[in-house]
Design a protein around this ligand. Structure first.
Ligand SMILES: [Zn+2]
Ligand SMILES: [Zn+2]
Length: 347
């Protein structure tokens, strides 16, 4: 069991998880060793090396599973069946501490080592998006959590400890601060009789020529006020609270948009580290009709180190104009699609 501690000055919660230091650190080895699949616990055929399967799916013709979900062997947070929430822990006042209640699971995105998001065929990408939606619904039905976030670390600089492509899901008993802030922005606009801020931002980025990929259902933009060079926002065009309730068409398009985003990055910059986070409408907002939210994903490149100014002020310095970033990424996507071994239509 881990511990959550709140700093009364910053208001920031921290999970104290010293045991996680013992988790595998494949990326600390040389790149050649990272490519060695002989001991990887996430590869098909080594399921006994990980906790039990919670969900799996396969595309037609696959000999094993294609996408597999299991509990994280080194969870940052855990939620035993007999516990309903966090227990308070004695903390020196004015600090607050509680047990680290939550769920932490791994979504192995592919049975094959060395394959990445940019390589997935359309039906594979669709299945991945279906896995995301299924797990969001699963933890919503569990009823003990206020929100769940999905994130994907690619490359050591982005925090990935294993090179086999995977996404992680964390379900939390309280809505994370980043989502609370976004909910506030959505609510403020809605109360001023404006429409959804994300729909408005999408319209502005459409008009400004900052579209990187679009199939009419889901769009990828280089947002006007991107905090980091070449950041991407991926969102459904239909204003909707959660990926959990996305239509089959939206799930397929979202999977395709994720692949296109990864291809754009690879085509423009090569195999660089990046994170994708999915900001889904918290379960609290899904239960209360009055709380507006528009789910979306963000792709953040890890090519520039964040420094003292960002950490100290919460304000970012972006050295690349988002208009130029859109152009660079569109060109990257075009070249990556042209050179892909298994090309598929990017509408
Ligand atoms: Zn592997
Ligand atoms: Zn919207």
């Amino acid at each position: 069991v881990t511990e959550m501690r709140r700093d009364p000055v910053t208001g920031v919660w921290t999970v104290l998880a010293p045991d996680r230091a013992g988790r595998p650190k494949e990326f600390s080895r040389s790149p050649e060793e990272v490519a060695d699949a002989s001991t990887c616990p996430f590869c098909a055929g080594r399921e006994e090396m990980t906790p039990a399967t919670r969900w799996e799916g396969a595309v037609p013709g696959e000999e094993s599973w294609t996408v597999r979900v299991f509990g994280n062997a080194f969870p940052a947070l855990s939620a035993p069946d007999d516990e309903d929430g966090s227990d308070p822990i004695d903390a020196p006042s004015p600090y607050v501490a509680q047990t680290g209640f939550g769920e932490h699971e791994v979504i192995a995105e592919t049975p094959r080592h060395g394959e990445g998001l940019a390589d997935y065929a359309p039906e594979h990408a669709t299945l991945l998006a279906e896995a995301y939606a299924q797990r969001l619904r699963h933890w919503r039905e569990d009823g003990r959590f206020a929100a769940a976030i999905l994130f994907r670390n690619w490359g050591r600089a982005a925090g990935a400890s294993l090179s086999h492509a995977h996404t992680q899901l964390v379900a939390l008993p309280r809505v994370p601060d980043v989502i609370v802030r976004e909910l506030g922005n959505f609510s403020q606009a809605a109360s001023g009789s404006r429409r959804c801020v994300l729909c408005e931002a999408t319209a502005a980025d459409d008009a400004g020529g900052r579209v990187v990929w679009d199939d009419g259902v889901v769009a990828v933009h280089s947002p006007y006020a991107a905090p980091i060079p070449c950041a991407l926002r991926i969102a459904p065009r239909r204003c909707s609270v959660t990926l959990a309730d996305a239509t089959p068409e939206e799930r397929a398009s979202f999977g395709a948009a994720l692949v296109a985003s990864a291809r754009a990055v690879r085509g423009a910059f090569g195999d660089v580290a990046f994170n994708i986070v999915i900001h889904d409408g918290p379960y609290t907002a899904q239960r209360a009709v009055a709380l507006p939210f528009h789910w979306h994903a963000e792709l953040i490149l890890r090519t520039s180190d964040q420094a003292g100014f960002e950490w100290g002020s919460g304000t970012y310095i972006n050295v690349v104009d988002p208009d130029e970033a859109a152009e660079t990424l569109r060109a990257g996507l075009a070249s990556a699609s042209a050179s892909s071994e298994r090309p598929h239509a990017v509408r």
